[in-house]
Design a protein around this ligand. Structure first.
Ligand code: IPM
Ligand code: MN
Length: 357
């Protein structure tokens, strides 16, 4: 009897439904010759949930995710909902879901496919061989700190980190580094912020448990510069919520397209896997979105939530293969393309390839 995993699917807004469909195609292809099968239950979140239910995160979505083995999520948001009060906006739904599931660790790997070295705005010689891993704290910091508000004369948010929050995310970074090149660079703004000095001191304490790992520290402004100056210097980047948000978007350009980068949010009851890009409403429904970031997020789901690393490897190999063979979606059409594919064409090509790996 095959193992059976229950996957909660949240397609979301914009290109979300298109890219998720392709990830499901690839998951189904990979599972046919594995010892497991997947079942999918769909839930609403984001603007589409607001339109139907009057809230960006209905309770049944949280409950459905909690009953599942993992959550695969597309993207949310769009201009249509940008003027709503904050609590009704699609982004609030995602933030509440992360918090409800306890997903304090956001893992964002960035690497470079050799065939796409020219796709980045950075020089190929700067990029070749880059392989870095951002560990972003996801349920604390200025995103969630109290007090927060606005009274028309002033507006304020608060950056707070407790010692326990720093310890647990630092451990994730050190554990990740142990499986990689054993370097952690902790990014903060300790020259200005008390919360960052506390972060730094705490990370230094945690590092004592990992004597094989080299720990360095960098101010966030310098890190932003170093990421484009010499990204190969980084292995694991450990940072807080807002710095990680900004630096991971910056890091995505190293790979040439934000449409390539997956992420995993873990640490809680059920892991959530999503591309790092947004809902791209401008190209929604045209069949030109790049589903690879979502397909690679599905691979991270297999690896981190379901412990099916062989299947995860097979998906990664298939993606590499297909890119090597010159299949490209429109975002990458100018870079060593043999054939320009629609969203669903490239999904099918990757699915066919994975079935034979
Ligand atoms: C991300 C996004 C979210 C964030 C938004 C949509 C709330 O930018 O996942 O990086 O800021 O965390
Ligand atoms: Mn972001």
């Amino acid at each position: 009897m095959k193992k059976r995993y229950k996957i909660a699917i949240i397609k979301g807004d914009g290109i979300g439904p298109e890219i998720i469909d392709e990830a499901i195609k690839v998951l189904d292809a990979v599972s046919t010759n594995e010892d497991f099968e997947l079942s999918y239950d769909e839930y609403l979140m984001g603007g589409c949930a607001y339109d139907v239910k009057g809230t960006p995160l209905p309770d049944e979505t949280i409950e459905g995710c909690l009953k599942s083995d993992a959550v695969l999520f597309g993207a949310i948001g769009g201009q249509k909902w940008d003027t709503l009060p904050r609590q009704f906006r699609p982004e609030s739904g995602l933030l509440k879901l992360r918090k409800s599931l306890g997903l304090f660790a956001n893992l964002r790997p960035t690497s470079v496919f050799d065939e796409l070295l020219d796709a980045s705005t950075l020089k190929p010689e700067v990029l070749k061989g880059v392989d870095l891993f951002v560990v972003r704290e996801l349920t604390g910091g200025i995103y969630f700190g109290e007090p927060r508000g606005s009274d028309g004369v002033k507006a304020f948010n608060t950056m707070v980190y407790t010692k326990d929050e720093i310890i647990r995310i630092a451990k994730v970074a050190f554990e990740s580094a142990m499986k990689r090149r054993k370097q952690v660079c902790s990014v903060d703004k300790a020259n200005v912020l008390e919360v960052s000095q506390f972060w730094r001191d705490t990370v230094i304490e945690v590092a004592k448990e990992y004597p094989q790992v080299t720990l360095t520290h960098m101010y966030v402004d310098n890190a932003a510069m170093q990421l484009v100056r010499n990204p190969r210097q980084f292995d694991v980047i450990l940072t807080g919520n807002i710095f990680g948000d900004i630096l991971s978007d910056e890091a995505s350009m190293i790979s040439g397209s934000i449409g390539l980068l997956p992420s995993a949010s873990v640490g809680g009851k059920v892991g959530l896997f999503e591309p790092i890009h947004g809902s791209a409403p401008d190209i929604a429904g045209q069949g030109i979105a790049n589903p690879i970031a979502t397909i690679l997020s599905a691979s991270m789901m297999l690896r981190f939530a379901l412990n099916e690393s062989k299947a995860a490897d097979r998906i990664e190999k298939a993606v590499k293969h297909v890119l090597k063979d010159g299949y490209r979606t429109k975002d990458l059409s100018e870079f060593n393309a043999k054939e320009i594919c629609s969203t669903s064409q490239i999904g099918s090509i990757i699915a066919d390839c994975v079935a034979n790996i």
